[in-house]
Design a protein around this ligand. Structure first.
Ligand code: PMP
Length: 397
């Protein structure tokens, strides 16, 4: 018997929380666990730009035949425009190669398989802390995962000196995973000067940056958020990007993202990309079409693109407003502990500093669901659940 001796796998710490939330009968329960955008009404809507693109596709699509291994034909160039800027030197350099892939997770996994099996990479460095799934994805592909300091607990900021000190130990051909913006879980990003120093260090150590870019548009703007990536790309000879459109297009269940290589030369890039395609062929052969067609339809149509940029702005600004409201309501409730750092963090998440015990009490006593690390998904806050949330936090502090 193959199955009888198998042990139960532990529930995923974040997705398991969603299951527990669903099973909770309390009407005033609040889910601040998983990173899903919610509007003021607590819903995760389909964007108008997406609905319009889908209507166009319904009329014009004539076949559901297989895509090529690298996905929808127009998609790659449009993704490169978004990541690197349409008219930038890098974009014009013939050194970029993009394959569509199933979400950020699928992109990271394909990248990892390629790095291990083709590029002979053995070690990847990730920030401490990082998105919980990074370790699982990279370990499953056979990489050794090492971590570099990132979060300064005392100041609720970036421990950049610690980060540089740890990364000074990277060896040639190691890979350094960085979050393009809206670092998950801390919400703390590098500034341009720090990106430059990091790029110089990677270049000097002959290590390659891998950008996990899952939140473009959620920090300061679609273009603004790519500034770090673009700066690093102007310094290092090679890098990779695993991007996701789950959040910024609200296409969570369409599983749409991409793997992009920036190579030193067109020739080496073509060879490397042929191996990325070979890697994909052996995993899922070729990707699903719907999400990529939606994204490509929007990005290729100036009116739809403008509408999408406006919708990303609305999501970003709503989260910013919730940060401000949360901090002021905590102060109004007479809580003297300083939470002002929450307003300085980027993206969906806030590293609240709440302890495991406090997080547990919030769940048991108040039906407020937060990840054990104290990471709060600010995107789940609304004006109507804010008072209950603040009251719960006040009770457990
Ligand atoms: N990277 C980071 C940093 C993320 O936060 C997420 C989503 N939580 C992903 C990758 C994966 O995104 P996707 O859902 O598109 O696989």
């Amino acid at each position: 018997m193959l199955f009888s001796a198998i042990e139960q796998a532990p529930a995923d710490p974040i997705l398991g929380l969603t299951d527990a939330f669903k099973a909770d009968a309390r009407s005033n329960k609040i889910n601040l666990g998983v990173g899903i955008y919610k509007n003021e009404a607590g819903q995760t809507p389909v964007l108008d730009s997406v609905k319009k693109a889908e209507a166009l596709l319904l009329e014009t699509q004539t076949s559901k035949s297989y895509l090529g291994i690298e996905g929808v034909a127009e998609y790659s160039a449009l993704v490169q425009d978004l990541l690197f800027g349409e008219s930038s030197d890098i974009r014009q350099s013939n050194r970029l190669f993009t394959a569509q892939a199933p979400g950020g997770t699928g992109s990271l996994r394909v990248a990892a398989e390629f790095l291990v099996n083709v590029a002979n990479v053995s070690t990847i460095w990730v920030s401490n802390p990082t998105w919980a799934n990074h370790n699982a994805i990279f370990t499953a592909a056979g990489l050794t995962v090492k971590s570099y300091r990132y979060y300064d607990k005392q100041n609720h900021g970036l421990d950049f000196d610690g980060m540089l000190a740890d990364l000074s130990q990277v060896e040639a051909n190691d890979v350094v995973l960085v979050h393009g913006c809206c670092h998950n879980p801390t919400g703390i990003d590098l500034n341009l000067e720090q990106w430059q120093q990091l790029a110089n260090l990677c270049k000097q150590q002959q290590a390659m940056p891998l950008f996990d870019f899952a939140y473009q548009g959620f920090a300061n703007g679609v273009e603004e958020d790519a500034a770090g990536l673009r700066l690093v790309a102007s310094i290092v000879p090679e890098l990779m990007v695993a991007n996701s459109f789950s959040k910024n297009f609200g296409l969570y269940n369409e599983r749409i993202g991409g793997i992009t290589l920036l190579s030193e030369s067109t020739d080496s890039g073509q060879r490397a990309f042929s191996q990325v395609k070979k890697t994909i062929r052996a995993i899922y052969s070729n990707p699903p079409a719907h999400g990529a067609l939606i994204v490509a339809t929007i990005l290729a149509n100036p009116e739809l693109k403008q509408l999408w940029i406006e919708e990303v702005k609305q999501m970003r600004e709503r989260i910013h407003k919730m940060r401000t409201l949360f901090v002021s309501k905590l102060a109004d409730a007479g809580i003297t502990q300083d939470f002002s750092f929450i307003e300085r963090q980027n993206g969906m998440f806030s590293f609240s500093g709440l302890s495991v015990e406090q997080v547990d009490r919030l769940k048991q006593e108040f039906g407020i669901y937060i990840v054990g690390s104290g990471r709060i998904s600010v995107a789940g806050m609304t004006r109507s659940n804010m008072d209950d949330l603040v009251a719960g936090i006040k009770a457990v502090l």
